[in-house]
Design a protein around this ligand. Sequence first.
Ligand code: GRF
Length: 207
Amino acid sequence: MSQVERMRLGVLISGSGTNLQAIIDASKDHRLEADVVVAISNQEAAYGLERARRAGVAAVWIDRTAYDTMSAYNRAILAVLQEHEVDLVIMAGYMRLLGSEVLDAYPNHVLNIHPSLLPSFAGANGIREAFEYGVRVTGVTVHLANERFDEGAIIAQRPVIVEPGDTLEMLEAKIHAVEHELYPQAIELFAQRKVSTDGTHIRIDEA
Ligand code: GRF
């Protein structure tokens, strides 16, 4: 049993939700001493919402078209996070920027995962662009989110070797497998209160 209070996680998704699933599974297996309490999607058809329902996790679609501005939309996201008493916000394939409405409410407590070694190959096609560039090593990054895509203090990174003969599909599979391991481990650093900040720098106590 963890000696600290279990963190409540809110996961933002747009798509298939394999990272959400990995986080739910790690929580159930006690590899991660935190609980996913709500999954929020900007896409009604995101399969991740179904994964959440099957795991007994609240699944909420927030329809962008129901809000006049991005600011109002982000306030709606914040309201759902607060309603579920979320401590840590996890972006897992959420394909939009998160606004200051949410970021300011969760200082240093919004995480994102990106399928490359940032700052290389930021953007929506990081795996393909690294593959087409011909890199021999790429990987996965978990970082704090800010108001720009794929920026913010790095919490964890893991390399993935591109072997001769690897196809794009093979590389994608290797990277996703690493994501599914690394994201729960990075979240566990927060769950164990091993991440702190002096206001400028992030300190990670991995001892
Ligand atoms: C992952 O590759 C993640 O790194 C990127 O979007 C993808 C989401 O996949 N930001 P899934 O929805 O978790 O399956």
